[in-house]
Write a protein of this length. Structure first.
Length: 395
């Protein structure tokens, strides 16, 4: 069945594939804590190594396929990637061997990273990439709230194998959806967008924007990974239930950033929104790492992902407009997951050596560099990017 990116059938497939490929962002607490450590009784280093293997493999797949996005048919590549992830997660339900599970995590990461790269590249080549990415981000937010509750209940009742069965089912749905009705990119007038076969190197301003977003992902994972420990150190352990209720309620607030980003697409310059998002992220990091009151801790924790979601939507739209080939946005898994892999390691070293307040200072420094990257991209972009990243004409 042929669909395109400007009709709801095609958008629904992209939303499903986006949720499947980004499942690590919503499932990590259950994945690591409840399933691998709580049910499989793995040590924290073993559990961490498995998830790191998944993330690192997803980053590798994105780095390999994103620069070659224009050479392959996404409607063929994406189903193959999700099928590989399905096979790996299904195999995890049949073994408890640490080595085998680690290898299977890497295989699943390769598959999910491949599929997601082609999904994001296709979103980037749609007529309104900013709006479409906001739509799939809202879908991820809604599914995340539902998934955490269902997954936690399933793991408690049926063990860690239930989580991998859920992952396998999600990847199977993504495989079937992308195989049967993967959308073709269309232009504003509804005509099909031809895939450029020969392209120039990605322009410098685009790389600066990519660097800024990647650094925001580092800050996100570096600070958020230790939110629970910060609360325990401050004596909030007896109010864990209150914290959970607050997080669930305020979690719905995190659905607002992509909506706001979609509504303000034509009103706010992309890099003004990005620079503001970085400053808010730094402020929340300081509040979380250095604050003392319970209210400040709960609100900062609940809202910490908000600036990342909001900023990412604007940067994604800007990258899409300034790289016609779709390669830059196809790197989205590498941007986000490299940050998710690097952040906890850096945060762990800082917390072990200097205490939890040190990650607040580190977050401010990383956010400052991210802000400079965005400003550099904005400075270089006028009159440069369009010419540099337009498809080359073969002579």
């Amino acid at each position: 069945m042929k669909t395109d990116t400007e009709h709801w059938q095609g958008r629904a497939i992209l939303l499903l594939a986006h949720v499947a490929g980004m499942v690590d962002l919503v499932a990590l607490p259950v994945w690591v804590g409840s399933a691998l450590i709580g049910q499989y009784h793995l040590s924290p280093p073993q559990a961490g190594a498995m998830v790191t293997a998944y993330l690192a493999a997803a980053v590798l797949a994105s780095l390999v396929f994103a620069p070659r996005f224009h050479r392959y048919a996404p409607w063929r590549a994406a189903p193959l990637g999700y099928a590989l992830a399905f096979i790996a997660f299904a195999a995890m339900t049949q073994t408890t061997h640490v080595g085998a599970m680690t290898v299977l995590h890497a295989v699943a990461g390769l598959g999910a990273g491949t599929g997601l790269s082609f999904v994001h590249g296709t979103i980037g080549r749609s007529a309104r990439p900013h709006r479409l990415f906001a739509i799939v981000s809202i879908g991820l937010g809604v599914s995340g709230i539902v998934f955490i509750g269902v997954a936690q209940s399933m793991v408690t009742q049926h063990g860690g194998v239930a989580l991998f069965a859920m992952f396998a089912a999600l990847m199977a749905c993504a495989t079937l959806g992308t195989a049967l009705a993967f959308p073709r990119p269309t232009a504003v007038d509804g005509s099909a967008k031809p895939v450029p076969r020969e392209v120039q190197p990605i322009a410098a301003p685009v790389w600066w924007a990519i660097a800024g977003l990647t650094l925001m992902a580092v800050t996100q994972s570096m600070v958020f990974s230790f939110a629970e420990r910060i609360g325990t150190e401050r004596g909030f352990g007896d109010r864990v239930l209150v914290v959970l209720v607050v997080l669930v309620v305020l979690g719905f607030i995190n659905l607002l950033p992509p909506v706001l980003a979609a509504l303000t697409e034509r009103r706010w310059p992309a890099f003004s929104a990005a620079a503001g998002g970085v400053l808010v992220q730094a402020g929340l990091a300081v509040a979380l790492a250095w604050g003392s009151g319970f209210a400040m801790y709960a609100v900062a924790t609940a809202l910490f992902v908000t600036p990342m979601i909001f900023t990412h939507t604007f940067v994604f739209g800007w990258l899409s407009r300034n790289d016609a080939s779709g390669r830059a946005v196809a790197l989205t898994p590498a941007m986000l997951m490299s940050g998710a892999a690097i952040g906890p390691v850096v945060g762990g070293v800082l917390v072990a050596g200097f205490g939890t307040p040190s990650i607040g200072l580190a977050a401010v420094l990383v956010c400052a560099v991210s802000w400079l990257c965005y400003r550099r991209a904005a400075h270089l972009s006028p009159g440069v990017v369009q010419a540099a990243s337009a498809p080359a004409v073969a002579h």
